[in-house]
Design a protein around this ligand. Structure first.
Ligand code: ZN
Length: 609
């Protein structure tokens, strides 16, 4: 507890402002913050009597609001945590309790924030400052949150970064009338831009030419470039669709879950032998996994080495390692299982065929045969009802695993893709590359690493390369329309000339998606190239994008900041705090040595020199 006396001899009367003399004292209690322990203030205040009004009143200590139970600095800390640090209101009580030994309720914090918001006024406190320092470049955009639209304008060229120039919250859709009303307000507030940047939305052109007839209207270059990249991706997609479909890869799997016991007891049955081999392979795999794990390898590394899933590795590690594993299985574990699986499956089928035929000759019924051999009755009938010639043609035993090229005409055509392809593997590779590296193909050349460029070159020289080359050239030329290879702006004349060549190139025009972009850009080019007329003007709406993103970031911790007044309050507070930061001097870094550091002013002079 800390005792505080706030006793004054006279205080101006709170009704008539005449000096009122000290009459008696009264007690107040308040909670204050502290770094080391909880603090309760026992405050003695003077009570005054105004003779003309015949009115008693208490002196108000400057650190405490009337009827408040927390001191002003508690309130200020809570509000700063919300509006400066972007904390969720529900988390502020814990934070204050940890750092300052006070735990106001969440409801109090909401109330304090509500009161704090009302102290700021966008139109009188903030807007005049932005208007007076306006750079002449204005970004206009809208962001949506459910039914609420936030229509806003940003000055991206201000000295300290983007500045919100104006905003409007709109319930429901933003239409031309709303936009007009909003821009009119800006104009009335004194904003007269030289350049206005918007995205490609159809809301703006007419309204802008009405409100600011002389201002240049620039379409956001970034948004328009997306039409180009989208068209190129469309071309790549269609090229990929025209690739011949490779035949499925030869069976690489054992097929089915491994039974706990062999399917038959007959050791001559290939099914039995296959089961044996699978079982042996599995045991060898388990042994290998244990050996590798003892070497300290990760599950992932083991899975990669053995070609099994890492969940399998985990399951196998949980099992006892097998006592003895045949040597030949333990070696080359991974290589063995694939060819053997195919041969064994084929042998098993042949064995069953022979069995079925032998049993049929003994005069057994289909069902009896089916039961004995362990296959379906319909399969028995199918196998037996084929003539021997058919049987030969269909027999899976006959195919030659060693020389598939001469086995049948169907196999021959399947082994070679149509020209110009030479190998199915080549087709598979290009298919995968096109899917995996399609986004590399829309990247600007300067942003590609050597490896990525090599990857692109592989695709460009593949059998389908000619079509991709067209799309890629279309894109590369687009990137060079308004800027040169060093990123310097071109002159308007030069850009126009290049654009004329690009948009009338007949090689592009025969590809439908590219032609559509050519047509779109022909209609838009004037609005795309406005920024070239003045070196200070901007080409993209990034300022507005950033502001929209900042708003979303601010929203994120506030689950209850969903009402219009709350959102509006947050926007206004954000803007006014920006102004405060820009117009007041920052505190000095007292914990940092200034030796070797140049004062800011001097640095600017150096930079200018
Ligand atoms: Zn009075």
């Amino acid at each position: 507890m800390r005792e505080v006396a706030y006793l004054l001899p006279t205080v101006p009367c709170d009704r008539c402002q005449q000096p009122a003399a000290h009459f008696s004292t009264a007690e107040r209690v308040a909670i204050d913050l502290d770094l080391d322990h909880p603090i309760l203030l026992l405050i003695t205040v003077s009570v005054h009597f105004c003779t003309p009004c015949r009115h008693y009143f208490r002196a108000q200590p400057p650190f405490l609001q009337p009827d408040a139970s927390y001191t002003n600095r508690v309130v200020a800390s809570a509000v700063a945590a919300v509006y400066q640090d972007g904390m969720a209101m529900r988390r502020v009580p814990d934070r204050l309790a940890r750092d300052f030994w006070v735990r106001p309720s969440e409801a109090s914090i909401r109330q304090w924030c509500r009161v704090y918001r009302t102290r700021f006024d966008f139109a009188t406190d903030y807007q005049p400052w932005v208007v007076q320092a306006f750079s002449g470049v204005l970004c206009v955009d809208e962001v949506y949150q459910g039914q609420l639209a936030f229509l806003f304008a940003v000055d991206p060229a201000a000295a300290d970064g983007d500045r919100l120039v104006g905003y409007q919250l709109v319930q429901g859709d933003v239409d031309a009338a709303r936009v007009e009303q909003f821009l009119q307000q800006l104009r009335d507030a004194g904003i007269h831009p030289d350049e206005v940047i918007t995205d490609g939305s159809s809301l703006y052109p007419t309204v802008l030419s009405k409100i600011w007839p002389t201002a240049a209207h620039q379409l956001c270059l970034f948004h328009e470039t997306r039409h180009v990249t989208r068209a190129v991706l469309e071309v790549i997609q269609s090229v990929r669709r025209t690739l011949p479909t490779p035949p499925p890869k030869p069976g690489r799997r054992w097929g089915g879950r491994l039974r706990a016991s062999p399917p038959t007891d007959n050791p001559d049955d290939p099914d039995y032998q296959r089961w044996q081999l699978r079982q042996g392979t599995r045991q060898a795999g388990i042994a290998q996994v244990h050996v590798l794990a003892r070497q300290g390898q990760s599950h992932r590394a083991i899975a990669r080495q053995l070609g099994v899933h890492r969940k399998t590795v985990k399951v196998w590690l949980a099992l006892e390692p097998p006592a003895a594993v045949p040597d030949d299985l333990a070696h080359d574990w991974h290589d063995r299982r694939i060819p053997d699986a195919d041969t064994l499956r084929r042998q098993a089928r042949q064995f069953k065929h022979d069995q079925v035929r032998a049993l049929a000759q003994q005069g057994l019924s289909y069902s009896a045969i089916a039961r004995q051999v362990g296959i379906h009755r319909v399969t028995v009938s199918t196998w037996l009802n084929h003539t021997s010639a058919d049987d030969l043609a269909q027999s899976p035993a006959k195919p030659a695993p060693t020389a598939p090229d001469v086995a049948s005409p169907a196999l021959v055509s399947a082994s070679h893709p149509p020209p110009p392809w030479q190998q199915w593997d080549e087709v598979r590779q290009v298919r995968e590359d096109l899917q995996e590296h399609r986004y590399l193909l829309v990247r600007r050349p300067a942003h590609l690493t050597v490896d990525q460029q090599a990857q692109i070159n592989t695709l460009l020289t593949s059998p389908v390369g000619s079509q991709i080359q067209v799309a890629r050239r279309f894109l590369e030329e687009w990137y060079l329309l308004l800027y040169d290879a060093d990123g310097q702006r071109r002159t308007l004349d030069e850009a126009r000339k290049r654009f004329a060549a690009w948009s009338s190139d007949s090689e592009y025009a025969i590809v439908a998606p590219l032609r559509r972009v050519q047509e779109r850009m022909t209609a838009q080019f004037e609005r795309l190239s406005q920024f070239l007329r003045n070196p200070r003007w901007e080409a993209t709406n990034n300022g507005a994008e950033r502001a929209g993103r900042a708003l979303r970031h601010r929203q994120a911790p506030h689950f209850n900041l969903r009402t219009e007044p709350a959102i509006e309050g947050a926007i206004v507070v954000m803007a006014c705090q920006r102004k405060a930061a820009a117009t007041t001097y920052g505190h000095r870094d007292i914990a940092r040595c200034s030796r070797g550091r140049k004062p800011r002013q001097q640095m600017e002079i150096c930079a200018a020199a």
